[in-house]
Structures are given as structure tokens and as C-alpha cells.
Design a protein around this ligand. Structure first.
Ligand code: TV1
Ligand code: CA
Ligand code: ZN
Length: 370
């Protein structure tokens, strides 16, 4: 008997609005959920409703003062000076229920970690998680907590080595920073880089420090990369990392802002191309946590997370090229499942540049293959 894949979802998260015109729309969680439900795939998953993370759990990464601040922050009594210290540019984006929302993001990822540790699932999916920019005492890039770091800290209680893979269009700076000096967590981020693109970190040269030297990889990309060129980076690099690091568990951040026509990102992957990366990682058959993250063209985020849920759980044979009949049907524009690459977009990466990045990264691991 094979264990079901776990799917973590709390319906109240989708009702949250971060602010007028804010690109991060939690409603995408409900739309993804509706596709899973309408297709019948949801019935084949172990659905788990998370508890909010407690203050004590958040403090596994975050400073007590910062957690206390978040708890009070969305209320009118919040201190203006404190906002400046903890929130930097995020001060504009305070919203009611902020604490509840982020405690559920983190609680969901902690639940995913525990399901994997207890062997209750081999794959655990939390589309509400993936907040890779959060720092121990400040909010950054829509991430007021860092659920990923909290989840990895939990996994490290049981697993020796955890591999973190980040295919969001932005650099996974918060996760990289938290584990920059340790050899127990290997972090790798593929991201758009250059021209001040947020958060401006994640250079090719940055590869960990002290004990952690060689345990971080950054793959900086220019706008316009599509499926084939991305695959030619992702596959050989991940194959090598898997062989060299030999992880006991994997955490995959699946921000969908790297597909074509995102509101913030300028890469040009198709939904199928992005989902292939997930299939490739799941094929290693390690305990794997799958998290959300960015993704700002909401109907395409729902398409892709629906597709990835099916791919990661081995249920993609049940999908068709068409979306199932569902209550948001008109909102999707077309009834098609895939989001194709945009043929009018030019790839600004040259084959030579990509080859140089790939060979520089692979050369660091030439002597050891496991
Ligand atoms: C409110 C309303 C907020 C409209 C933010 C785009 C908005 C952005 C908005 C926006 C926006 C960013 C910066 C500003 C540094 C700051 C979940 C001085 C149309 C994981 C976070 C990107 C990405 C933050 C998060 C970035 C993730 N871009 N409209 N804000 N500058 N912040 O650039 O990696 O996907 O854009
Ligand atoms: Ca990334
Ligand atoms: Zn992003």
C-alpha cells in the first residue's frame, strides 16, 4: 500500500487581502483548491488543515521582539518607529489578520515537516508556504515570516541533510542566509538577476561560508529564458547536487512567477516546463516538501499549482489538456490547462553565457560524486 500525498490547506487564508492593488493574492489558493476539487484529485490526497504556528514555534527563527511586534502590528496601537525598524519597505503593506495569515503559512509548513518525519506522507504540499525572503528580525518581499526556514529546522531534528531548491523567479535570500554557514542544508536558487531586480542578491559567486562553503548555489538568469534552456541548466546541476550532497529530504519552493507573462517576473517558461522540474525532483523518491511562493498572474498560478499537485502525487495521468468544469471557469480566459511560453519574447541569455554559468557551478563539484 502506498501512502497518500499530503495536501495542506486552510480555507481562511484565501480570504485575506494584503492591500489595494497588491500583487500577492491569497485568493489563488482557493482557485487552485477549486481545480483540485473539481478534477477529483483532491479526494485522492490526504487533506490536512494546519494549526497556526505558536509564538514559540516562530521563535525557532524569529526574534521574540519581532514576533511580539507582528502579533500587535496590524492593530492601531502599533508603534510607528517599530514599523520602520522591522518592516523597511513593507510598512505600507500592513493588513488586518496579518498575524493570523502568516502564522497559518508557517503552521502549514511545520505540519508538512511533521507528516514527512512521521512517515505519514512521502510528499507534503503547502501552497500557502514558500515565503523565502523572511529574515529573523525583519519582513522582506511580502514575507513577514520565513516558513521555509522553520520547516527546515524541524526537518533537521530528524534528517541529517536537507536539500532546498528554489525555482521562484526571485532569489531565495532568507533561506540561503539562515543556512549559509552549515553543511547540513544545501540551498540552490534559480532566479532572474540584474538591472536591480528584487532582492538584488544571489550572485553566481555566492556559494556559502565557513562549514557551509560549497553548500549554496546560485543560478542567475536574464529575462526571457524558456523551457529548453532552463531545463539544460536545471537538470545537470540538480543531478550533480543530488549525487554530491545525497540529501535525506528535499524542500522545493515552487514560486510560479518564473512562467511566461507573470506580473513581476520576466522569465518565459511554460507551465509544463516548470512542472517538469517538479517531476524531475520527485523522481528521486526522497521525502519531499513542496511549497508555494510567488506567482502574480493569478489564473496561471492556479493552473500551475493544480498541475504540479497532480505531477508530484503521480496523478497527472488523470489530467487532460482542458481544465475541469469549475466555478471560476470564466476567470481563466481560456479553458486550457497549460500556460505556453510567449513566442514574442526574446531570450536575453546567450547559449555561451548559460554554458559558462553551468560549467562554473559543475566544476566546483568535479572531484566528488557521492
Ligand atoms: C502594493 C501595491 C505593493 C502594489 C508591490 C513588485 C506592491 C510591488 C504593488 C512589488 C508591486 C516588489 C521591491 C521596493 C524594494 C521593494 C513570495 C525599493 C507591481 C516570494 C517580492 C517582491 C517577491 C518585492 C516575493 C518587490 C516572492 N516587486 N506593486 N514589490 N524597492 N519589492 O522591489 O519572491 O515572490 O509591483
Ligand atoms: Ca529562486
Ligand atoms: Zn518571487
Amino acid at each position: 500500500m502506498s501512502t497518500k500525498a499530503a495536501y495542506i490547506y486552510h480555507h481562511t487564508m484565501a480570504d485575506v487581502i494584503l492591500g489595494p492593488g497588491h500583487p500577492m493574492q491569497p485568493a489563488r489558493l482557493a482557485i487552485t483548491h477549486e481545480l483540485l476539487s473539481a478534477s477529483g484529485i483532491l479526494d485522492q490526497l490526504l487533506c490536512v488543515e494546519p494549526q497556526p504556528a505558536t509564538k514559540a514555534q516562530l521563535q525557532a527563527l524569529h526574534d521574540k521582539d519581532y514576533v511580539d511586534f507582528l502579533f500587535r502590528a496590524a492593530s492601531p496601537i502599533a508603534d510607528k518607529d517599530q514599523k520602520c525598524v522591522y518592516l523597511c519597505m513593507e510598512a505600507l503593506f500592513m493588513f488586518p489578520d496579518l498575524y493570523k495569515y502568516y502564522a497559518l503559512c508557517a503552521g502549514g509548513t511545520l505540519t508538512a515537516a511533521r507528516l514527512l518525519i512521521r512517515g505519514e506522507a512521502k510528499i507534503a504540499i503547502n501552497w500557502g508556504g514558500g515565503l523565502h525572503h523572511g529574515k529573523k528580525d525583519w519582513a522582506h518581499g511580502f514575507c513577514f515570516v520565513n516558513d521555509i526556514v522553520l520547516g527546515i529546522i524541524e526537518l533537521l531534528k530528524f534528517y541529517d541533510r536537507v536539500l532546498y531548491i528554489d525555482i521562484d523567479v526571485h532569489h531565495g535570500d532568507g533561506v540561503e542566509a539562515a543556512f549559509n554557514n552549515t553543511d547540513r542544508v544545501f540551498t540552490i536558487s534559480f532566479h532572474q538577476f540584474g538591472n536591480e531586480f528584487f532582492p538584488r542578491t544571489g550572485r553566481l559567486e555566492d556559494c556559502g561560508e565557513e562549514e557551509g562553503q560549497g553548500f549554496a548555489v546560485n543560478v542567475p538568469l536574464k529575462p526571457g529564458i524558456a523551457d529548453e534552456a532552463y531545463r539544460n541548466m536545471f537538470t545537470p546541476i540538480m543531478e550533480r547536487v543530488m549525487a554530491v550532497f545525497n540529501p535525506n529530504a528535499v524542500v522545493l519552493q515552487c514560486g510560479t512567477d518564473s512562467i511566461a507573462n507573470d506580473r513581476l517576473g520576466s522569465l518565459n517558461l511554460s507551465a509544463k516546463g516548470h512542472a517538469e522540474c517538479v517531476a524531475f525532483i520527485c523522481n528521486f523518491k526522497l521525502p519531499t516538501m513542496i511549497l508555494g511562493g510567488g506567482g502574480y498572474t493569478v489564473q496561471n498560478v492556479a493552473r500551475l499549482w493544480f498541475l504540479k499537485t497532480a505531477v508530484a502525487t503521480g496523478l497527472d495521468g488523470q489530467l487532460t489538456e482542458k481544465l475541469p468544469a469549475n466555478k471560476y471557469y470564466n476567470f481563466f480566459g481560456t479553458g486550457k490547462l497549460n500556460v505556453p511560453s510567449d513566442a514574442t519574447v526574446k531570450d536575453q541569455n546567450t547559449a555561451e553565457e548559460l554554458e559558462l554559468i553551468r560549467s562554473k557551478i559543475l566544476a566546483r563539484y568535479d572531484s566528488g560524486t557521492g
